[in-house]
Design a protein around this ligand. Sequence first.
Ligand code: MG
Length: 244
Amino acid sequence: MRQAGNVVHQVLSRLGEMVAPGVTTGELDAEAERLTRDLGADALFKGVPGRGGPFPGTICISINEQVVHGLPSERVIRDGDIVSVDYGCRLDGYCGDAAMTFVAGEVSRDVRRLVSVTKRVLQIAVESATVGGRWSAVAREMQKYTESEGFSVVREFVGHGIGREMHEDPKVPNFVSRDLLNRDILLEEGLVIAVEPMVAMGRPDVRIEDDGWTVVTKDGKPSAHFEHTLAVTADGVRILTDGS
Ligand code: MG
């Protein structure tokens, strides 16, 4: 799974270098597709069935008020956009999944803070996850920090178990709910999860656009997304998608 994670890291790093005003989301998608092939992996998102038909891209690319599941297109990235890229692949039968939000050109101070806080929320998850611990304790820290910064945690979409398939049990929320407390996740050795905080600058409510895929904030305010695949091992919780 670390090898799949390394491919994910390489692809996201490359796309991060490319994100700039004037580049289209479709150009980023084409580069991800090419690199996936060159690295001998299979892209996971393309063809996933959904209300909007099979997902058409190698990456999900979501700009500004788009939260997740945005479609690559002819859309040109503009100065001041934040660009969330989510990518997953399978290599030798095992999956990796990660996401990053990149900044194009000059963005406002508030938006820059949204991106850095969301990145930090994922770091907090990594730092507070312990072998033998409970996920609710981690989710509580993620939620607490997000809300202390004046932002909100998107609730409709959450992380997930990952292994031979991209989406496996359990669902891994970025907030605490009665449901989570009733069915808490034990972080036992061997568990691998994709942790993916989605943080909204305004209200947490989202809706799906007419394309059947793109998730946007209802209030139109920006949102950011970071994700890593994490493995619970005898030596501690390890990030599989950071290229280490
Ligand atoms: Mg994921």
